[in-house]
Design a protein. Structure first.
Ligand code: HEM
Length: 519
């Protein structure tokens, strides 16, 4: 063995060009020279990197323990690729892998809860977990937005905002909602005359929702150009709502574009708050949500805070836009699709409309009229059960959260209550994938006996503040559409597939052909 090496010793015969040269004179690239500072640096860096990668795996496995989920996480990025292009099939696989399961994205440890018990436990444990929304939300909503408040401060702030959704306030909004819905539906019909082929309603329904929201919230305190501009730019915000996004707001990134869009919207909303205060100070009657809020603040009987700056009001209104635009659009688009695919249900809705409106299809909708439409409301509820706009809400643990006897979610993890399995639980909703509004009309049905399963609007201290308004708006638009127009669904191979853009949408954008009902 020794002789073998000896044959390759530096003193062995060398090609003539190097023979006789000393070993030290042979050029060795610095990165191979163990004595060079570069090599030392490279070795150290390599060792540190390897240690970090090993540590990353060890930490992941230590946090995950026995939960279902990958045994190893992809270094640094984890399941980032999956979170960029989420699919229903992927989520279902995850939800069905266990009532609790683990993943990691960019070293954020995530526990997904898919059962009703665990999802509700997370939503109702404010001392252990609080909403964190998606990663980009803080940058888009701004860190001092009220939606990031927690605990007692959140409860108190929300108490003031609840007054914007009372029955009296909702009655003020229905007139605006009705007028805007009719304006848009009429435009849809006009557009269908010039081109009668089926069209995706993805963007047209979003525009309807956006103008409705802006006019309900801001009335005429912003010009028409503002509603158009906000509507157009808002798509950038929707696109930035991925579960985990590229963290830096560098030019060209989705978050950068979303922040730019928010700045435009925020400037208009601040102007609306200012104009509302001026109008109300001049003795105008409340015509929108901001007016109602300003009136309330000036009421001598009011016991809450009175110092809401224009900026703070704009932040609140923006939070409502942020929370409602995608969810309402998803709910409405599936509402149209479900009715087109179930003419029997649409016929029952029309019968109910005829009864309440006494044949007058031009009669503006009121809260009282909506209260006389139980079948329509049951349909809206059922449509969102079958295709819940929001399938999950990210929360984060603020301290170790002993969610079961044998598993504690570590502090600073994401915990994601998911709603889909609760809403499709066959023991509560027999034939769970079928659209059956009647299940909500029988007071003794298992659906009505288990309200805890209806998680479409979440649960606990952060349950959707706009639930009644949202239900009412969807019902109002569909009621008006049902009496004013017919629509046919062009069914494509993608119609029943779901795409996730923050909320759920039919993958083909829902292609409908509209014609007037009473031509
Ligand atoms: C179909 C429409 C809607 C759906 C499906 C929906 C669903 C949800 C869900 C699942 C949550 C999270 C609840 C939780 O963490 O437990 C939520 C929160 C919220 N929603 Fe909605 N929402 C809708 C419409 C609206 C509308 C129209 C508004 C306002 C006008 C609104 C305002 C909010 C706000 C402000 C929160 C946060 C509440 C808090 O943290 O206290 N949402 N919504």
């Amino acid at each position: 063995m020794a002789s073998y090496f000896r044959g390759y010793s530096p003193s062995a015969s060398m090609p003539s060009s190097t023979a006789g040269a000393s070993f030290s004179s042979i050029h060795i690239p610095s990165f191979l020279d163990v004595s060079s500072p570069t090599t030392t640096w490279l070795c150290t860096t390599g060792a540190v990197l390897v240690s970090l990668l090993v540590l990353e795996q060890a930490v992941y496995r230590q946090k995950k323990q026995h939960l279902p989920g990958d045994k190893w996480t992809i270094p640094l990025i984890g399941k980032f690729a999956d979170s960029m292009k989420p699919t229903m099939e992927g989520y279902m696989k995850q939800w069905n892998s266990g009532a609790l399961s683990a993943i990691s994205v960019f070293n954020i440890f995530i526990v997904m809860a898919s059962s009703n018990e665990f999802s509700r436990k997370i939503l109702n444990s404010p001392t252990h977990a609080e909403p964190c929304l998606v990663y980009s939300a803080k940058q888009v909503l701004q860190p001092d937005n009220w939606v990031f408040l927690t605990g007692k401060v959140h409860v108190e702030y929300r108490r003031v905002l609840n007054t914007l959704f009372t029955r009296k306030a909702l009655s003020l909004y229905t007139g605006i909602q009705d007028a805007i819905a009719r304006k848009h539906l009429s435009q849809w019909l006009t557009d269908a005359v010039s081109d009668p082929s089926p069209k995706e309603i993805m963007m047209t329904a979003r525009n309807l929702n956006m103008e409705t929201s802006l006019r309900v919230f801001c009335g005429n305190h912003i010009p028409d150009e503002a509603t158009v501009e906000i509507s157009e730019k808002y798509w950038f915000i929707t696109q930035a709502l991925e579960l985990v996004n590229f963290p830096l707001a560098l030019p060209g990134t989705k978050i950068y574009n979303a922040i730019k869009a928010r700045k435009i919207a925020h400037a208009w909303l601040e102007l609306a708050a200012k104009n509302s205060k001026i109008a109300m100070a001049q003795g105008a009657e409340p015509e929108c949500m901001l007016d109602e809020w300003v009136r309330l603040l000036a009421d001598p009987a009011y016991k809450g805070r009175k110092d809401f700056s224009d900026r703070e009001m704009a932040l609140v209104v923006f939070s409502f836009l942020f929370a409602s635009q995608d969810a309402m659009s998803s709910g409405l688009i599936y509402g149209f699709q479900h009715l087109a695919d179930h003419p029997d249900i649409l016929a029952k809705i029309r019968d109910e409309q005829d009864g309440v409106r006494a044949g007058d299809v031009e009669k503006p909708m009121t809260v009282e009229m909506l209260e006389q439409m139980p079948y329509l409301m049951a349909f809206v509820k059922e449509s969102m059960r079958v295709k819940p706009p929001v399938t999950m809400v990210p929360y984060k643990t603020i301290k170790p959260f002993p969610i079961t006897n044998d598993y504690t979610v570590p502090a600073n993890s994401m915990v994601i209550p998911s709603f889909y399995n609760s809403l499709h639980d066959a023991s509560v909703f027999p034939d769970p994938d079928s659209l059956i509004p009647e299940r909500w009309l029988d007071p003794n049905s298992s659906a009505n006996a288990n309200p805890k399963n209806y998680l479409v609007f979440g649960a606990g201290p952060h349950r959707c503040i706009g639930v009644e308004y949202a239900m009412m708006n969807m019902a109002l638009v569909l009621a008006n559409a049902s009496v004013l127009m017919n629509w046919e669904h062009e069914i494509t191979p993608e119609s029943d597939k779901v795409q996730i853009i923050a909320t759920l949408f039919p993958k083909d954008g829902c292609r409908l052909k509209f014609t007037p009902r009473h031509a």
